[in-house]
Design a protein around this ligand. Structure first.
Ligand code: NAP
Length: 296
């Protein structure tokens, strides 16, 4: 995907995380640079938590134009920034940093990643009754996207119920949707849910036999959409069982691509049209599936 001859004026971007070896972000961003003929390059950078402050200062000093931020730095980077976008401030996590004229500003494009995932498929979340599974970092962004879209009712179910309650209390004052927090084990009893969104790690690599919801849930609810933030494996047990029950199923790959594209929009001061986003997504999806030997 790399298509630039690195010169003295090549702009540098990167992603910081610990671990970082697994990241697909360089493929996303170097593809965008290639598509627009940008004189820019994007690299993975392994930054340990104890070096975060020096890494941010160092990136600014070295003339980096932007960084993506992944686990475990999304929250801890905030004190090292000079300003924060309103949505990043609302959910208290940053995945994109822009360096410009001495300013180090943090954004959260995971929210846009979720919004684009549904928009590019022509799916509206307005008026929906949603079950959000999980209350960690990804749940923050998914909940924010659901609230912005005008979901009618949202149940947040988490193993640690207090975290679901805390998430509800943090975001509900800013929106009109009705939100209920409950334990993950009581989610199976809910009725009237038309949209399920998983942000727990149940079903992820190493836990592929696990699922956050029993299959019977899909018999007692008419679920139209089932989203899982996970994309390794490509189809989690949750998505397989939802698909068997007739739901429209979406894994987390589109969210990954679209949060990256949204970071590019911030860094390059440009707005991509949906046609470009869709073609970027399908090109990268094909590449990723080939790389991983995914058939379906
Ligand atoms: P996180 O902050 O660590 O949250 C993990 C969530 O999983 C919490 O709600 C946690 O519940 C729950 N959980 C963990 N083990 C569990 C178990 N044994 N039983 C029940 N619940 C359990 O992680 P995150 O950043 O939100 O990421 C969550 C998932 O989303 C990961 O699989 C990640 O790969 C995916 N993700 C995808 C994207 C994307 O672009 N597609 C972006 C971000 C994340 P407790 O609160 O009770 O511990």
């Amino acid at each position: 995907m790399l298509n630039v001859q690195i010169k003295g004026d090549t702009r540098i971007y990167g992603v910081i995380g610990d671990p970082i070896a697994h990241t697909f972000s360089p493929e996303i961003h170097n593809s965008v640079f290639k598509a627009f003929g940008e004189n820019a390059v994007y690299i993975p950078l392994h930054v340990k938590p104890e070096n975060l402050s020096e890494a941010v200062k160092g990136a600014a000093a070295l003339g980096f134009k932007g960084l993506n931020v992944t686990l475990p730095h999304k929250i801890n980077i905030i004190p090292h920034l000079t300003s924060l976008d309103s949505e990043a401030a609302l959910i208290g996590a940053v995945n994109t940093v822009r360096f410009s004229k001495g300013e180090i500003k943090g954004y959260n494009t995971d929210i846009i990643g979720v919004e684009y995932t549904f928009k590019t498929r022509g799916l509206s979340l307005k008026g929906r009754t949603c079950l959000l599974l999980g209350a960690g970092g990804a749940a923050d962004a998914v909940l924010c996207a659901l609230l912005k879209a005008g979901a009618k009712k949202i149940y947040i179910a988490n193993r640690t119920e207090e975290k679901a309650q805390a998430l509800k209390e943090r975001l509900s004052p800013h929106f009109n949707s009705e939100i209920t927090a409950l334990s993950l084990s009581s989610a199976a009893e809910l009725k009237g849910v038309d949209t399920v969104l998983n942000t727990t790690t149940l079903g992820f690599e190493g836990k592929t036999d696990l699922t956050p919801l029993p299959k019977a849930f899909f018999n007692s609810n008419d679920v139209e959409i089932c989203f899982d933030a996970i994309y390794t494996p490509w189809q989690t047990r949750l998505l397989k069982e939802a698909e068997e029950a007739g739901a429209n199923c979406i894994n987390g790959f589109d969210m990954l691509i679209f949060q990256g594209a949204a970071s590019e929009e911030i860094w390059q001061d440009r707005k991509f049209d949906y046609e470009f986003l869709k073609s970027l997504n399908s090109e990268l999806k094909e590449h990723y599936k080939k790389m991983k030997g995914i058939k379906k």
